[in-house]
Design a protein around this ligand. Sequence first.
Ligand SMILES: N[C@@H](CCC(=O)N[C@@H](CS)C(=O)NCC(=O)O)C(=O)O
Length: 229
Amino acid sequence: MIKPNDMAEEVTLFKTWSSAFALRVVWALQLKGVQYKSVLEDISDKSELLLHYNPVYKKVPVLLHQGRPISESLIILEYVDETWNQYPLLPQDPYARAMVRFWAKFGDDKIMPSIWTAFISEGKEQEAALAEASEHLQKLEEQLEGRKFFGGDNIGYLDIALGWLANLLRVFEDISSLKVVDGERFPLLFAWLREFSDAPIIKDCWPPHDKLIPKFIALRQVYRAKSST
Ligand SMILES: N[C@@H](CCC(=O)N[C@@H](CS)C(=O)NCC(=O)O)C(=O)O
């Protein structure tokens, strides 16, 4: 077992093979070329170390740097950006920084739940969730006006924060025949999904698609069973 003292000078990331939140941190560390060690967690049987380092939320990701833990993926991204200056993720201008953080939070608070509900529901509930997701995605579409990435010419903090869309939409669409990002309705977002997915480093870190499919089929069944009781 890894003991806290063994990690004093190192960068260690507690993650699972599939966590879209942990993937944000993986991408950020890789883009910056920071060497790190991964500890693979099993969410159904969390390690004592994970519970020790994230006693509040008990979730991955946790980044351990010089023996000190940081949790919550968006906060970890900021820490990584402030600690390693190469390949800046956040813009320099304070207003631009605030806006990027705003849209990242919007992604987690609004887009994620609506797309998740569309994925696990059926009929009228699914239609309503899809309509809500589309309304939110329209706002992201506007953010991409005149840009290849949310970060401009390069992948930045917001691209990483929204990267789960590129990771999971294809899985959800393959499983449920949902079409969330339509190329005609959201041409910029559609192009972004492709550019982001194909970018070196991003592409190299994808969890295997054929392993995600059965995982999310099973998860959807669990959530559907819960909502029908
Ligand atoms: N808001 C958190 C979400 C992290 C999260 O939900 N992680 C999941 C794995 S994808 C987890 O550890 N779940 C364990 C649990 O809920 O007990 C973040 O951004 O880091």
